[in-house]
Design a protein around this ligand. Structure first.
Ligand code: ADP
Ligand code: TRP
Length: 320
């Protein structure tokens, strides 16, 4: 089985990205063959500062490696280092009906949010399809918001195969269990676009400030509270073991506590949780040469596979 996924370097990764995506990538890396890439070409549809994009791309690689992505298990690379994918994208573009892209909600959402539309933003699912099809991927772990794009990919691959013969493997989405569930500091879904994120490798002083500012309700302190619907409790639960969780749940149920106390526990638990990764990240950041080498090795392996699939597609449609 081949597993593939990509993540955009549009900002520093946050707790939502970790628990909603990155953690599962790491768990799945032991599958027969896994490919993970940093989708910088997709980010180019929204980030137009070159320095910012290249810096965020390196940060993304450092974060993924520090968090446990193991280059001896998975192939890690940067999307733009595999030009075969962009070439394949054009072949797919010629087989993609406009209506299929017009139905994609993520394009409409982005434009509604005020992102200026460009044709890259509109044809984004076709590049994503090329990303997936180029490696004969069987399974694509993604958040719920990306499932429609996998359907588009299956449609495009299906019509290409129908016209030119069996060229592409049809991939299946694997919806990540905890996706869309991590709340932000305001209680809404944690997301860069809402400005409510807590980054995985937040500087310690900033981390403390952000945690202390998590919004809480204004009911009287003495009142007993239900932990289940509370976003501070949900955040704490991400880092706590069973015993710590039930201890804190009891505090909520008894009432007579201040949220500051729970926030302190969240600060401790989250700091402990990422402390090994933070150390690994420091080591990696002081040796970016090694990191770039890992990415170059990953790209070489990825290109080998993507080249093979591209040639298959080129021959099938008569350009080779
Ligand atoms: P953002 O919403 O901050 O822009 P992305 O859309 O780039 O994040 O998300 C990258 C991955 O992280 C996706 O697989 C997405 O499902 C996951 N993810 C993002 N935010 C959350 C969240 N709050 N809870 C769970 N998963 C999330
Ligand atoms: N569109 C995905 C996201 O924003 C990132 C991505 C690009 C991707 N290409 C992909 C994910 C291929 C899975 C497979 O999260």
């Amino acid at each position: 089985m081949r597993v593939l996924s990509g993540i955009q370097p549009t900002g520093r990764f946050h707790w939502g990205n970790y628990f909603g995506a990155i953690q599962q990538y790491i768990d799945l890396q032991h599958e027969e063959k896994s490919y993970y890439f940093i989708a910088n070409l997709h980010s180019l549809t929204t980030i137009h500062q070159p320095g910012e994009l290249s810096e965020l791309t390196l940060h993304a690689a450092l974060d993924l490696l520090a968090l446990g992505l193991d280059p001896t298990q998975a192939i890690l690379f940067i999307q733009s280092d595999v030009p075969e994918v962009s070439e394949l994208c054009w072949l797919l573009m010629t087989q993609t009906p406009m209506g299929l892209l017009e139905r994609c909600v993520s394009y409409k959402d982005k434009v509604e949010k005020g992102i200026s539309s460009n044709s890259g933003l509109f044809t984004y699912p076709v590049l994503m399809s090329a990303d997936i099809l180029a490696y004969d991927s069987d399974v694509v772990p993604v958040g719920q918001d990306q499932v429609q794009h996998i359907e588009v990919c299956r449609d495009i691959a299906g019509s290409f195969n129908h016209r030119y013969g069996e060229v592409f493997v049809l991939p299946k989405p694997k919806v990540l269990e905890s996706s869309a569930k991590v709340p932000g500091t305001d209680g809404e879904k944690m997301s860069k676009s809402y400005g409510n994120t807590i980054e995985i490798f937040e500087e310690p002083g900033k981390l403390k400030k952000k945690i202390m500012r998590i919004a809480t309700d204004s009911r009287p302190m003495e009142e007993p509270k239900d932990p289940e619907g509370d976003h501070l409790f949900q955040l704490f639960s991400l880092f706590a073991n069973h015993q710590q969780k039930s201890e804190v749940a009891k505090i909520y149920q008894a009432g007579g506590f201040g949220y500051g106390e729970i926030k302190k526990r969240l600060l401790e638990a989250s700091t402990d949780y990422f402390s090994d990764a933070r150390k690994r990240r420091e080591t990696l950041a002081s040796d970016t040469h090694t990191v770039r080498q890992i990415l170059a090795d990953g790209a070489a392996k990825a290109r080998e596979k993507a080249g093979e699939v591209l040639l298959r597609a080129q021959k099938a449609c008569g350009v080779k």
